[in-house]
Design a protein around this ligand. Sequence first.
Ligand code: PEP
Ligand code: MN
Length: 406
Amino acid sequence: MTPMTTTPTAHEDAALALALAGRAAGQQPQWPDPDRVREVRTELGALPPLVQRAAVDRLRERLAEVALGRALVVQGGDCAETFAGNTPEHVRSNLHVLLHCATLFEVASGLPVVPLGRVAGQYAKPRSSPVGPDGLPAYRGDIVNGEAATAGARTPDPQRMLTAYAGAGAALDVLEAVSAATRTELFTSHEALLLDYEVPLVRDGYGLSGHFLWIGERTRDLDGAHVALARRIANPLGLKLGPTTTPEQAVAYAEALDPDRTPGRLTLISRMGADRVTDVLPPLVEAVEAAGHPVVWLCDPMHGNTEVSASGLKTRRFERIAAEVTGYFAVHRALGSHPGGLHLELTGDDVTECLGGREDLREEQLPERYLTGCDPRLNGRQSIDLARIVAEILVERPARRTPVAV
Ligand code: PEP
Ligand code: MN
């Protein structure tokens, strides 16, 4: 754990720096040159925000409709964006799959669907160990270091935060073009993991590195720096909840991150695993709803269903992913709560990273086009296969529930 420093750089919010000071910050790199980090933070602080406050507010309003049971969300994109992979073609192909899923949900449910890309900032990754099996510092995403297995590439380089900022800007241009061409409102999201990047992009109480920012499963310490940052920004927030979460903890998070009970402020993203979801999720939903927090519930069926294939590649089985989704909808149906939507790792590129689906991708095919910078993604066909399963569930029982008066 890295304790946060106290001194803000030239443009940074002094109150925010104070709020973070001394708090444990998990998953931060060991930068070799702290002076260079301060210089980069100063530069980031002087750059224009990546997104506008009005669009962030607009997303919160649209998510409020989801919280009230009158809309759905589909959030998705790469596990880890990379600098080399940040081409207009790649960003477009991911967004097109996301919009295809959104359309299927819309037609099936009769509800509007909010498309939320994992895009334009999804560059930092939490790792299970700071050192990889090769003895080198772990790859923490392109915003921190390089994936190549050399000491040089793996040395954290703060200059990469400026490359990430430029890359996010380029991806946002593509997003705007797709949005205009398809006449849909598209929003960005990423895990607000790397604090040296996020803090300088906080402006007037908004985290303007993206529209929707989430806290990951590994950095959701209630007293830690990530939660402290999230509390001080007005963005709609996400929080990943894994299978060890207790109902008391879920309520404590809701109190901390949504003290005013604002619909659309907080999205709880459940990632329990296909075997656990029907046992672990119901008490969490019941406790949070009983405490009066109008949260959006989302299902991330990816991160609780990862396994290592015989060839050593990380993969996920389509049927496990589909089983978690099905279990998730069954839980909400039983409780009468609103199953707000999905959070997926997907790409429109023709990759071979997850097993199964209609094309029945097999283990021996994984190495053919295994291109992910981190976790295995559903390819375009597998994403649509999954969206069709969801659409069938939505048709059976429309997600609409009696609007709640607020
Ligand atoms: C992710 O979304 O890529 C991720 C690391 O998820 P989690 O925090 O749920 O493990
Ligand atoms: Mn991932």
